[in-house]
Ligand binder design. Sequence first.
Ligand code: SF4
Ligand code: SF4
Length: 472
Amino acid sequence: MNHPNPLLQPEGRVLPTLEADGSRRWINPRLSTGKWFHRRRMFGFALIAFFVTLPFVQVNGKPIVLLDIIARQFTLFGYTFLPRDTFLLALLMVSWILGIFFFTAVFGRVWCGWACPQTVYMEFVYRPIERLFKGRAGVGGKARAELPAWRVPAMYAAYLVVSFLIANLFLSYFVGVERLMHWMTRSPLEHPTGFVVVAVVTAAMMFDFAFFREQTCVIACPYGRLQSVLLDRQSLVVQYDRARGEPRRGTPLPILSAEAVQPATATTTGDCVACDMCVQVCPTGIDIRDGVQLECIHCTQCMDACDAVMAKVRKPPGLVRYSSQAAAEGQPLRLIRPRVVIYAIIVTGLLSLLSYLIVTKPAVDMLVVRNQGLPFVINNDGRVLNTLRVQITNRTDQPQRYAVSLVGSAGVTLMEGLDHIDLPAQGAVQKPIHLLVDRSAFVAGKHAVTIRISGPGDVAAERTIQLFGPAR
Ligand code: SF4
Ligand code: SF4
């Protein structure tokens, strides 16, 4: 569709999902059910099953994954990250991001085509529902105007039910299955926040899967935008074998000389029969024969479609296949190369450090900080008062009792008895402590004191902090 104003008419294609006049070009891809589709569908169903069952799995009485934002505790595979674990979480995030870099450098956008929730739910949940109500595109599928009046509303109703279920599952990752079940049997007025979260997620999923669809991959996903820097010439990509396919059927032979003009009907010897099936099945509306493109999510549909065409014309499969740009130019496929090795070393190092820090984490954490305001006060009896705050964190999955004491600090008295500090599992508390110090204990206005937190058994943590007093 041309733009009404010729000055605004783009010279070439801007986006595969955009008409020249700026309106949306709706993509209604055909389905190709080849071997790659079956493999991806099996994998997608396994991922959906994983997503559905994970919130129900418990280890030692606690969920294996729980992202409790309210309590600021993230439990991942049995380990609970607390607000004080910023460094551990940062390590995890950096490892994850570099892991994506590594994976993309080796396998290209395999994540997008095989494991991204956007693709998995779109291709294996929402599109099957669409086909159920509207028929398969290009194979008996009907235009909207030809459908019985009830079909489209029924399809959206099915979308809504599925979106609502997924939204509830999504919420269970943040509040836990038990609390979610409890909420589901109560009035929304008793848990308005949870209700609003489910409503917003349901609406967002309806918008995404019923309307926005491939636009998420083509224009919104930051990972897709990063492909140009994450991929290199050796990365695995879905690729059209230009050397084998071109010149495609119907392409006039090149004119070699004025005398040797070919007849207009002359066709060529390339394997591509120009059937356009690879374009018709593409969920992002691109033509893989144009080369590697940012919009390609590596869904392998064009590979299946082309293999089916090749079978019909009795040619070997693989005209469109997993390959690399270097391999397409006749160079050997090299999955292992310096960039990949460096990523692997860094990720392994970071994950090893993270594992070490988690394994060696003490059962109790303590943090001692100085109180705001005056560093010290001199009492009427001449002794010096320092006020500190001690934060104790119970890192175990059981309630514990702790006591605060001083270690070998002659001349220092802990004013209050802090022998019974009860903390719930993974709980934390902050207590003020007042220390009275003999004036003679200070050297150059400082005196070091060691504070000890003792728990059950030999659980203990110690911190040494400088107390302040008069310089002389
Ligand atoms: S499906 Fe294969 S043969 Fe058909 S146009 Fe695409 S690349 Fe050519
Ligand atoms: S070009 Fe092929 S692999 Fe890429 S998105 Fe389109 S159909 Fe999927």
